[in-house]
Write a protein that binds this ligand. Structure first.
Ligand code: BYC
Ligand code: FE
Ligand code: FE
Length: 471
């Protein structure tokens, strides 16, 4: 069987010798990377996975047992729109870019490389989680996320190889060379260099960091560069599952903690720990950590890059076509608090320079909805404590608030005060260590770890008791 027969695609790979040659070179390096940096210890096991075989509704939900290295990573674009035009910015209404516009080549490449870099990074971050899975169902979900992030890398590599010539091929190689957390060749964005080494981290990551993926992909799905728009449209269908894993995973932990709290005399953290659960105060710290790092992923509140991307028609707003009437965004003013002379003061900036913040606010609303769901679980279990999202100024490493210190409510405080209080806000060594002690693998059919409740239902038409991974 030839290479192209094994790669499901709707980009006519069989009749594209140039792309074939580029992929033929890249594929062995990709597989070597997957072998070295992909899920540790389970490469030869059969996993019940969903594989996309086409973009039709019945084509991307095909379930079967597969060994991960044999997963059929494919290249899929959502259907094109005949006569597509650029939907926003200075070239509004002009024909969409079918090739890379020379003027914006560097900007486009940077966006695509940045997007592509996050995908393998997340696989690297999650590579050791299999050894401590709370159930076979969760193990399978982890691997589903991992292979799809691998496919998302393919999606960006396709664009680099197809449209960017030699430097695109070089970038595609470099995507396999950077490493999450590496001191010398780290991944590009901050969140993707943070350790994600226990399952509480994993669910918080898929809840908050994959959700950044949703918003970035959605704004790229509006792009006037057709290949990018169509690629991202299809990636979004997969992203939904990643966020489901995170949101429902955390909900199941919260629910289990609440149940354990009710069995104790005082509902104290110590009692929950003794009962083998994760106290809500630790869950809150992990939320604070991943939420703040994920907010950083939207870039600076005030950004000329964001203005340039929008003007060029490369990156739109969330649901640009559906939600907005004015696709020019030339007139508006955006007001946001910034630090000036040691105080927070409102500043007005041209709307186009605030588009990172506009997108971030959409993301925040979505996160609040998730929090409300977890709090509803607490309410149903008759526990009074509530989880919260910290202020968007808290613990930031990018943008306007990066070089100042804020408490959880967003009040400006001194660096000394932050240092002395941060133990209460962010997971420290002690909490991480404790969570690690709970992470003992549970792989018996139908069994689940004590610190999390079982899911409401199984996946791919199977029950929770199904043997999702054949060990
Ligand atoms: N860490 O004007 P600024 C996903 C850099 S997640 C480190 O403020 P801009 C996934 C920035 O690169 C979605 N550096 O920001 C999730 C720039 O550097 P240079 C990923 C950062 O450019 C889970 C400088 O700071 N997709 O798919 O407007 C699992 C000033 O930049 C960070 C994308 O990100 C940071 N957090 O916006 C798997 C979409 N933030 O050029 C996958 C593509 C900023 O001065 N990327 N910087 O050296 C973009 O659209 C933009 O690059 C960003 C930044 C939104 C990230
Ligand atoms: Fe992804
Ligand atoms: Fe994802």
């Amino acid at each position: 069987m030839s290479l192209y027969d094994r790669i499901p695609n709707n980009v006519d790979l069989a009749n594209d010798p140039q792309l074939q040659r580029a992929l033929e070179k890249w594929l062995p390096n990709y597989l070597a990377w997957w072998h070295d940096m992909g899920p540790e210890g389970f490469q030869s096991k059969d996993v019940y996975l969903r594989t996309a075989v086409s973009v039709e509704p019945d084509g991307w939900a095909h379930f079967d047992f597969v060994k991960m290295p044999e997963y059929r990573w494919g290249i899929f674009l959502a259907p094109g729109r005949p006569g597509a035009t650029i939907g926003f910015g200075d070239f509004l209404g002009k024909p969409a870019y079918q090739e890379v516009p020379g003027e914006f080549r560097n900007a486009l490449r940077r966006i695509i490389v940045t997007q592509g870099d996050t995908e393998p990074a997340s696989v690297e971050q999650q590579r050791r989680l299999g050894a401590t899975c709370p159930s076979l169902y969760d193990l399978r979900n982890l691997f589903q996320v991992n292979v799809e992030e691998g496919r998302h890398l393919w999606a960006m590599v396709y664009i680099l190889q197809k449209f960017f010539g030699r430097d695109g091929r070089e970038e595609a190689e470099e995507l396999l060379q950077r490493r999450s957390g590496d001191a010398d060749k780290p991944r590009i964005l901050g969140a993707f260099n943070q350790p994600c080494d226990d399952w509480l981290n994993f669910y918080a990551f898929t809840m908050f960091t994959d959700r950044d993926g949703k918003y970035q992909l959605a704004s790229l799905a509006e792009s006037g560069f057709e290949a990018l728009a169509r690629t991202c449209q299809f990636m979004l269908t997969e992203e939904a599952h990643h966020m489901f894993v995170g949101e429902s995973g955390l909900e199941r932990i919260v629910k289990r903690t609440a149940q354990l709290m009710k069995q104790t005399a005082h509902q104290s953290d110590d009692e929950v720990r003794s009962a083998g659960g994760i106290p809500l105060s630790i869950i809150q710290r992990y939320i604070n950590f991943w939420y703040s790092y994920s907010l950083d992923l939207f870039g600076g509140e005030i950004s000329s890059n964001s203005a340039d991307f929008f003007a060029a028609g490369l990156k739109g707003r969330y649901l640009e076509q559906k939600k907005y009437e004015d696709h020019n965004a030339q007139e508006g003013i955006f007001t946001l608090p910034v630090v000036e002379n040691g105080k927070l003061a409102d500043k007005e900036v041209p709307l186009r320079n605030a588009l990172n913040e506009v997108l971030r606010q959409e993301y925040v609303k979505d996160c609040e909805r998730g929090l409300a769901r977890w709090n509803k679980a607490l309410e149903e279990e008759k526990v009074d404590t509530r989880l919260v999202l910290p202020s968007t100024r808290f613990h930031r490493h990018q943008g306007e608030y990066a070089n100042s210190w804020f408490d959880i409510a967003g009040n400006l405080i001194s660096s000394e005060e932050f240092e002395s209080r941060k133990e209460g806000w962010l997971p420290g060594d002690e909490e991480r260590q404790f969570v690690r002690t709970l992470m003992q693998p549970v792989t018996q059919l139908g069994k689940i770890a004590n610190w999390i409740s079982p899911p409401k239902s199984g996946v791919g038409g199977k029950s929770f008791e199904f043997e999702y991974v054949r060990l």
